[in-house]
Design a protein around this ligand. Structure first.
Ligand code: SF4
Ligand code: SF4
Length: 204
């Protein structure tokens, strides 16, 4: 009987200790928040989702080369001599069409190494951290602003321009070779038919 009462008291005591802790927490400040209605304040230099301002991108590829996990893919096409692509906001002249600028954010480790080498400061980390997707492929962000038709047009124009340049080079080389051959033939002809010897009485 005595043991029974002791066990009952131990049980009650344990419950009271647990309830004391519970009641204590009822009157302390909450450490959780009602996310997503309430959001935490982020530090000033937080590194979350990357963003690229394509108006300022010159397609130099330095960010892609700095990335340790190769999650940036850039493709460019040279502009034509007659095309003026304008300048970036810090005065750099644009000379390349950026036909592809993809960042696979699923691979990104948020190291920010791509940000530092950018000469126009157009790639930077934002405080956006809500970008979950159902499909992994949707985590590849396409920043290029040209349409697929425009990309094709730029590529075709550049190939045409290159072909014309090559043809001009070949024509110039051919003309040069022909001129050299003509000159060599003339020199050979002169050697084969030397001037006749001078007669007596002729002024020497
Ligand atoms: S933050 Fe790092 S991993 Fe992410 S794209 Fe830039 S260099 Fe690559
Ligand atoms: S380093 Fe800057 S300017 Fe160069 S390709 Fe990357 S984002 Fe564009």
């Amino acid at each position: 009987m005595r043991q029974y009462l002791k066990n009952t008291w131990d049980g009650l005591f344990t419950v009271l200790v647990g309830m004391k802790i519970t009641f204590k927490h009822l009157f302390t400040k909450s450490v959780t928040i009602q996310y997503p209605d309430v959001k935490v304040d982020l530090p000033e230099r937080v590194r979350n989702r990357l963003y690229v301002n394509m108006d300022d991108c010159i397609g130099c590829d330095q960010c892609a080369r700095a990335c340790p996990v190769s999650c940036i893919e850039i493709e460019t096409v040279k502009s034509m001599p007659a095309e003026d692509l304008g300048k970036t906001s810090n005065g750099k002249k644009k000379a390349l069409w950026v036909t592809k600028f993809d960042i696979d954010i699923a691979k990104c480790c948020y190291c920010q190494l791509c940000v530092f080498p950018c000469p126009t400061e157009c790639i930077y980390m934002t405080d956006v951290y809500e970008f979950s997707e159902f499909e992994r492929k949707d985590l590849v962000y396409n920043y290029a602003t040209l349409t697929s038709v425009e990309v094709e047009e730029k590529k075709v124009n550049f190939e045409k321009f290159q072909a014309e340049k090559e043809a001009q080079k070949e024509a110039a080389a051919k003309a040069k070779a022909e001129a050299a051959a003509k000159k060599a033939a003339e020199q050979a002809e002169q050697k084969e038919s030397p001037k006749p010897p001078k007669k007596d009485g002729e002024e020497k």
